[in-house]
Ligand binder design. Structure first.
Ligand code: FAD
Length: 400
């Protein structure tokens, strides 16, 4: 085989493509990582790191760097907008199960910057920016990606395997003919960040709070410097209307009345989907992260689940690279597709159901269930193991 083909090609330098690259090069497998933008995304996206994700990142020497730049949260809450705290979940119960028994609130871009540094300093990793994959293909023992640079010039990259980590609109997913099955949530999610001190205004507020209400639920998430407020928004309103400063101010004033106008540092509004690709694999081509599955952010499982895909995929691909049969990759799809459907999607939808339950009887039943869980130490730990995504990783071992 031509030595220039002795690489894994990865399309997309989001957190998933970067983790896959770092995991492969740290095992001695050369990677070319193609990214359409000039710089990695620096905007507001995921901000929660679950414990097993930090355990994986620790193997790359990156977890402690993130902990130093983030906010360690030992618990999180379900609340009712009027009644206050319903249940507080203690992530500290995970001591002994993980080296990081907490949720870390840290911006996604801090992870991607750390991974970029890791790759830039490694001889086997090459990040090629300003290069957009347009078409992909394969034959019996190789793959190719045809990609355009900023001047519109096409280059054909060749390799032994290809990972599509190119996000929700994945070109690679379309090229392998996978359907993106599921639905779009009938709400826009508006995310605002502000320096307002919610901890001084809302009693017993944890740094991560899911706040249920029949008319307007919300999520409050704290990072080291800001609070993020996530609010569901009428999809019939235009983006211009949703983002207008006076409307943003009204939404924030409805959460907590403030004499001073709110200082809004960032705002984003996005449509949320619940979709899983019908297949993750086509012979030498694999999907991971948002390219394979997307879900609502309630529970912070999108980026974490994508990183777990990347680690699983890199481990299996390493053994195939070293001579194991290509068919072994099928277990990657069976394991990770199951997690996407049965854990991530199911849990994210359930979290949304608790937050927006309109029926008083149904809401009280959810609250009672959560309170019963925290009152029983065994159930409490089981719940935290599941919501921290440890259970889904352990159960995978049983999937052949
Ligand atoms: C605006 C926004 C807000 C979000 N907020 C939250 C949140 O609050 N909480 C949460 O849990 N999750 C949130 N998410 C989701 C979370 O960011 C994703 O789950 C996570 O980024 C998935 O990582 P990924 O690497 O799979 O995909 P992405 O981060 O989407 O990365 C894909 C990369 O591929 C590149 N790319 C795409 N197509 C091509 C191509 N053809 N050729 C070359 N490169 C290509 C893109 O430029 C991008 O860098 C948000 C996402 C967005 C977009």
């Amino acid at each position: 085989m031509n030595s220039s083909r002795e690489v894994v090609l990865i399309v997309g330098a989001g957190p998933v493509g970067l983790v896959a690259t770092a995991s492969l090069i740290s095992r001695g497998i050369p990677v070319k990582l193609l990214e359409s933008t000039a710089d990695l995304a620096q905007d507001l996206r995921a901000s929660t790191f679950h414990p097993p994700t930090l355990d994986f990142l620790d193997e790359l020497g990156i977890a402690k760097k993130l902990v130093d730049q983030g906010l360690v949260c030992e618990n999180w809450q379900f609340r009712d907008r009027k009644k206050g705290v319903i249940a507080t979940f203690d992530v500290g119960l995970l001591k002994g199960e993980t080296n990081f028994p907490f949720r870390l609130q840290c911006e996604q871009w801090k992870l991607t910057n750390a991974l970029r540094e890791f790759i830039d300093n490694h001889p086997d990793g090459e990040l090629i920016t300003k290069t957009t994959a347009e078409a992909v293909g394969q034959d019996e023992d190789s793959v190719w990606v045809s990609a355009k640079n900023e001047d519109g010039i096409l280059t054909k990259f060749e390799g032994r395997f290809l990972i599509g980590a190119d996000g929700a609109r994945s070109v690679v997913r379309k090229a392998i003919g996978a359907n993106f099955e599921g639905m779009t949530i009938p709400e826009i999610f508006l995310v605002l960040s502000t320096k307002f001190r919610y901890e001084d205004e809302i009693s017993d507020l944890a740094n991560i709070a899911y706040i249920s209400d029949p008319t307007e639920w919300l999520v409050l998430l704290r990072t080291l410097t800001l609070w993020r407020v996530l609010l569901p928004t009428n999809p019939d309103h235009s983006e211009e209307f949703i983002m207008a400063p006076e409307n943003v101010e009204k939404r924030l004033q409805s959460v907590v009345l403030s004499k001073e106008p709110y200082e809004v540092m960032h705002k984003t509004a996005y449509k949320v989907h619940e979709r899983v690709a019908s297949k993750y694999i086509d012979k030498r081509i694999f999907l991971a992260g948002d390219a394979a599955h997307i879900n609502n952010p309630l529970g912070g499982m999108g980026m974490n689940g994508g990183i777990h895909d990347a680690v699983n995929l890199a481990e299996k691909l390493t053994s195939v690279w070293r001579g194991a049969p290509l068919e072994n990759m099928g277990r990657y799809e069976r394991q990770r597709r199951k997690v996407a459907i049965e854990t991530v999607q199911a849990q994210a939808l359930r979290n949304r159901a608790i937050l927006n339950a309109e029926n008083e009887h149904q809401r009280s039943a959810y609250y009672k269930e959560l309170q019963d869980i925290v009152a029983d130490e065994r159930k409490h730990k089981e719940y935290v193991m599941r919501s921290a995504m440890i259970t889904s990783l352990r159960e995978l071992e049983k999937v052949e």
